[in-house]
Design a protein. Sequence first.
Length: 318
Amino acid sequence: MKNEKLIMSFRRSPRLRNLWLHQFKDFSPTEVGLEMTNKKVNLLFRVVLCLFLLTSISNAQCNYELFPSALNIQPFTANILEPKAGFLISADNNKLRLDISTSRDIIHWYQRGSSTISIGADLFTFTRLRSTDDFKFPVETIDYLFGINAGYKKYLSDNQEYGLRFRLSHISTHLVDGQFDALSQKWREGREPFVYSKEFIELFPYYRIEYLRAYIGFTYIFHIIPKEIKKVNLQLGFDYFATQFGNDFLTPFIAYDFKLNGIEKFVGNNIISVGIKFGDWKSKGFSLYYSYISGKSIHGQLYDLTENYSNIGFNFEL
């Protein structure tokens, strides 16, 4: 009876009827913007549905833990898109990079046979600053990443494991006021802000034996602005923690990452890191390291810029 009264009220009220028709017209599926939004919403809905089904099935088969203290898949040391909290100070120019980011597992499922499945979230910022006089650091550009991840890890023994990590992420970037020259009222270096946005999936399988971990990476960008950026990235790398030269308090390490990406043609990006990690080598801690980076800029607003520089880095793994 109440539903019939609501229907009659809607039919008799021209304001309500016009409002409904107006909203329906505004959100016509023929509009390009809405069509893109619908695709993203549908993709997100499918991901959430899959996660829900996976949760329902797994709860009946294994133990689980909400918000565990440790990550299931530890960050790949030399890969740029990893959770970092610290500085990277260039030794070749007056540039600095400030990373404030975190990755947190939401749930772990512990299965029989020493395997763990995880689902988590990523929130990253990568900021480029410029060092000037009077200890000032104008911010030039900043990149934001947020997304979800899933991981699988299988122990073959205490010293051997394999696994993989999956990500679904969004990145957007922006030029900031530190790149704007107030005196000339122009953007520095002739670079003006533009729209940079991408959504991508990423898959990183790996294998670890003793203290050496090797991995390969595949990234597919299913939506990108600007369009000329290659949609496929391929990666490989390793990290090695030399525990024989360390102790329970600190461990030397070396790591390397190679990424094949590009604009009109593919080019290689290289990152090598050598340093010391304070704390458990396969858990949270603090790292002091030297890093050499070559290839296209990691910052979206500078995606066409080729760079080669050395750095001294400080990183807290929170």
